[in-house]
Design a protein around this ligand. Structure first.
Ligand code: GAP
Length: 480
């Protein structure tokens, strides 16, 4: 992970937000290559969703009427239980406090809570399983926190406050008066912007069920613990799609969208062995069924996307809270009803990090140029790669640089390509490998004679010659 974070900074993918002031926890800035890759990722998702007949896109405002969040359940339920240490004032999410205990400490907790039952030798897996099973209600957890768990910061035991519910939504005020009537929230998910626009979109686009609405946008959560680079941040981007279906058909569409979304990651180059399903046993307040797609990060498995069967919870509640009907008129059956919803919800920033981790490699070059050296390479899918090609004059003279510059200008009408004429050719290839550029075109002395260039493919490092006039088509075929 450290190597990936360091490469991300050094090569301009991701910087710490407001770094010169010491940074702001849970916020990150995308640099020149990062923003290209993030845009490519969003575009790949947008195309996969909206380049079909029955999914429309929208871009809703981040600030919404505060009633939205009462209707969605976020005001009441979007909370994490949290404790403070009275001694050192450190604040912890209860689930994280429990999760991060070592096996030895988990065993101590079990011994304290259930005297006599955990005295002998037990396997680590047994302790893990018993811990998860026994600490399964608020009362037992409260006892554990008061009796057996010391503050990770100051080491004191018995100094935690009672658990309090902490709402993760960021609050702000509209207008000049900062009173309760002016409170609005930075949206914690993009989904609600879709729900409140359901009928606007349906009537404007004359869609019939089943149909979907897709949106990409920023979301904000005042996470108590931000960690693992872009994994859990306070400001992030989501790519969400709500698919509206006739009640009774939701299970069929749930299975359909699970398959579609897993395939999306595979088609963009992720390996099946690095992806797995996680079925939610404990469901969110709105869900009938939920599965996560998890990715194997260097620090362990972590959710990158949730696929949720959200019933008619959201539309039904917006109908109640707004007093406006959120019903679909079914021309076939002549009925009006509130549709059910299947949601696909993926973090753009979190999956950006997953794609970066999946692509990162350090490998020994076996033959050809640079044989026997180690190279760092990002095996990014060409669709995601920030730069699609590098144009390299072998030397800076004899007209090779002019040809390379002209090629660059021509290709820049269509793709992000990078011109580089500094340093030995091998070093230039390495610089491109490190940022995942899939193709390098080199102008050499033969180019002067027959107007061909070499094209070197990043992963195989194989080279072939093609004529300059075929370069654009070569890239189009592989990148779009
Ligand atoms: N509308 C449903 C919803 O928001 P979620 O499981 O809370 O569901 C969906 O979030 C996705 O958003 C997650 O799978 C993750 O990729 C991303 N996400 C959620 N919280 C995040 C955070 N604090 N930082 C980065 N990404 C986050």
């Amino acid at each position: 992970m450290e190597k990936i974070v360091s490469l991300a900074k050094r090569r301009g993918f991701v910087f710490q937000s407001s770094e010169i002031y010491g940074g702001l926890n849970g916020c990150w800035d995308y640099g020149p290559l990062g923003v290209e890759m993030l845009n490519n990722l969003k575009q790949a998702w947008w195309r996969s969703m909206t380049f079909r007949d029955n999914i429309e896109g929208i871009d809703a405002a981040i600030l919404m009427h505060p009633k939205t969040w009462e209707a969605s359940g976020h005001v009441a339920n979007f909370t994490d239980p949290m404790v403070d240490c009275k001694q050192c004032k450190a604040r912890y999410r209860v689930d994280v406090l429990l999760d991060e205990l070592t096996i030895k400490k988990k065993k101590d907790v079990l011994r304290d809570l259930f005297p006599g039952e955990f005295e002998g030798q037990q396997k680590d897996e047994t302790i893990e399983a018993e811990f998860a099973q026994r600490l399964n209600n608020d009362e037992i957890i409260a006892q554990a926190i008061q009796k057996s768990i010391s503050c990770p910061n100051c080491g004191n035991k018995g100094t935690f406050t009672e658990a309090r519910q902490f709402n993760l939504m960021f609050k702000t005020y509209v207008g000049p008066v900062e009173d309760a009537g002016a409170v609005v929230y930075l949206r914690p998910e993009t989904a609600q912007g879709i729900f409140v626009n359901f009928l606007n979109v349906q009537s404007a686009s004359r869609q019939k069920l089943p149909f979907g609405i897709a949106q990409i946008g920023k979301a904000f959560r005042n996470e108590i613990n931000t960690k693992n680079f872009l994994f859990r941040t306070r400001e992030f981007e989501q790519m969400e799609m709500q698919y509206f279906v006739k009640p009774g058909e939701e299970d069929k569409w749930f299975d359909y969208w699970r398959a579609e979304r897993m395939n999306w990651f595979l088609e963009l180059g992720m390996k099946q062995e690095n992806l797995q399903w996680h079925k939610h046993e404990k469901l969110a307040h709105y869900a009938k069924a939920a599965f996560d797609i998890e990715f194997k990060f260097p620090f362990g498995w972590g959710e990158i996307e949730g696929i949720h069967s959200r019933t008619d919870f959201d539309l039904g509640n917006h109908e109640k809270f707004s007093g406006k009907a959120m019903r679909y008129y079914d021309e076939q059956t002549k009925e009006k009803y509130v549709p059910f919803v299947i949601e696909t919800s993926v973090g753009a920033s979190r999956s950006f990090m997953a794609f970066l981790c999946a692509a990162y490699d350090e490998e020994m070059v076996e033959g050809g140029e640079g044989a026997g050296e180690m190279r760092t390479v990002l095996h990014l899918h060409p669709k995601l790669a920030p730069m699609k090609a590098a144009i390299l004059p072998l030397v800076n003279r004899d007209g090779m640089d002019e040809i390379a510059q002209k090629m660059t200008k021509d290709l820049q009408k269509h793709f992000r390509v990078f011109y580089d004429d500094s340093g030995a050719i091998g070093r230039r290839y390495r610089r491109q490998d490190e940022v995942g550029t899939p193709y390098c075109f080199t102008v050499d002395s033969q180019t002067l004679e027959d107007q061909t260039v070499t094209v070197r493919e990043r992963d195989s490092m194989k080279q072939e010659r093609i004529s300059i006039e075929k370069v654009k088509g070569y890239l189009l075929e592989r990148i779009i």
